[in-house]
Design a protein around this ligand. Structure first.
Ligand code: HEC
Ligand code: HEC
Ligand code: HEC
Length: 337
């Protein structure tokens, strides 16, 4: 039964598959640990590439795995492969129930897939801070999980608009130690030195939608089966503008905003389709809303709801509303007793 379930998940993912390149296709993978893993019994039998890019190509459902050994250690990888649901409840990665020999082999391959980081060289070079940040962003392989313009994956929030929704200060807090800010987050701690954190935060802050068009095109290209349906387009708008970084995956809520009244939790958006008419919703998004402070003696909450009126097209606002409406609880019109 279990194998059938895994098989069906993979077929399902395959059918809605989005295939894309790893972003460094000019590189030759011949003779590398990545190629060895691709040819191994693990990838051959469990079809990891239906969801993951390894070497040049692969699925886009999960993170790009090329330099996984640079960001995850052996103990973490073992735990993850033994039972992904335990590490991240609700993940789309199946539990393969790997026999011990396969688990060992997989961990061995994954830990060997790494590269030397160029942090010192980049920080020591004679280029502007923002450019250092951009090079570090590439070097650490952040696009393995995040999208920026036409590159990357959907595992973390799309960073194309990050500079409009988060402050540079907060970026620094986050990059220093994601787990400290949000225990249990899937984002790894890269142990980036302070100067590097400063540079990456400065680079991220310049990302204010200038690559939106590329991000949109990429989205379109990689979703072969995307119907021309308003709520499906709306889901992409929701992801591209990073609403989920504050309102939770699929608007489920549960994201903390320290010192925000009344309970430090940002609202979920499950009921917005009922609580707001489309017109009210559009007006709500066309202004910046700074939340109330819980304790005025302490630092103000780091997160606010950005003004999207400056950035979003009318059609995007309307698609977004259709998406939120699609999961608003249906009101009971008929009651039978
Ligand atoms: C059905 C899709 C799917 C398949 C098949 C799959 N994975 Fe994953 N995997 C994911 C997703 C999705 C994530 C990211 C976690 C999340 O967002 O829920 C992930 C995460 C990972 C990670 C952690 C990546 C990181 O950057 O931290 C590793 C390692 C991994 N998978 C290895 C494998 C291996 C090895 C196989 C084959 C034995 C495999 N996966 C098969 C979907 C899949
Ligand atoms: C293994 C996947 C993964 C990798 C690799 C990764 N991140 Fe993340 N990142 C996430 C996830 C998941 C979140 C969402 C945090 C949460 O809600 O738990 C996130 C959140 C963020 C955020 C906040 C996003 C927002 O919309 O407010 C920023 C900024 C960020 N990451 C930057 C980076 C940078 C810079 C790198 C490279 C040094 C990086 N990430 C590498 C998974 C990843
Ligand atoms: C950086 C964090 C952040 C991002 C990103 C963000 N929001 Fe918000 N949002 C908030 C906060 C904080 C509030 C609560 C403000 C208040 O009313 O005090 C809020 C409130 C809202 C509300 C009112 C909810 C209610 O229960 O009345 C709606 C609707 C909303 N946001 C929609 C969105 C949409 C759609 C997006 C993406 C286009 C988005 N937000 C992106 C932080 C964010």
């Amino acid at each position: 039964m279990k194998y059938l379930a895994i098989f069906l998940t993979i077929i399902g993912v395959f059918l809605t598959a989005q295939w894309a390149t790893s972003g460094d296709d000019e590189k030759s993978w011949t003779g590398t640990p990545q190629e060895a893993f691709l040819k191994s019994e693990i990838v051959q039998s469990y079809q990891c590439t239906s969801c993951h890019t390894i070497g040049e190509r692969g699925g886009t459902v999960g993170p790009i795995l090329n330099y996984i050994g640079t960001r995850r250690d052996e103990a973490w990888l073992r735990e993850w492969l033994a039972d992904p649901q335990l590490v991240k409840p609700g993940t789309k990665m199946p539990n393969f129930d790997l026999p011990p020999a396969h688990l060992d082999e997989a961990v061995k391959h994954l830990t060997s897939m790494k590269k030397p980081l160029r942090t010192d060289e980049i920080l020591g070079s004679d280029i502007p801070l923002v450019e250092k940040g951009e090079r570090l962003f590439e070097d650490y392989g952040c696009i393995g999980c995040h999208r920026l313009g036409s590159q990357g994956r959907f595992v973390g929030p799309d960073l194309t608009w990050i500079g409009t929704r988060k402050t540079e200060d907060w970026e620094q807090t986050w990059l220093k130690d994601p787990q400290a800010f949000k225990p249990g987050t899937f984002m790894p701690n890269f142990h980036i030195p302070a100067k590097g954190v400063e540079a990456i935060a400065a680079f991220l802050h310049t990302q204010q939608g200038q690559h939106n068009k590329e991000s949109q095109e990429w989205e379109f290209r990689t979703n072969f089966f995307l119907g021309n349906i308003d709520k499906e387009r709306g889901e992409h708008v929701f992801k591209r503008y990073g609403c989920w970084s504050c309102h939770g995956e699929s608007g489920g809520g549960g994201v903390r905003n320290p010192n925000m009244a009344p309970d430090e939790m940002m609202p979920g958006l499950k009921k917005v389709g009922n609580d707001y008419t489309e017109e009210q919703f559009v007006m709500r998004l066309q202004k910046k809303v700074v939340p109330e402070i819980l304790n005025s003696a302490e630092t103000a909450p780091p997160f606010f709801c950005p003004d999207y009126g400056k950035h979003m097209e009318a059609s995007e606002l309307s698609d977004l509303y259709a998406y939120l409406k699609s999961f608003a609880p249906k009101k009971n019109k008929w009651r039978f007793k």
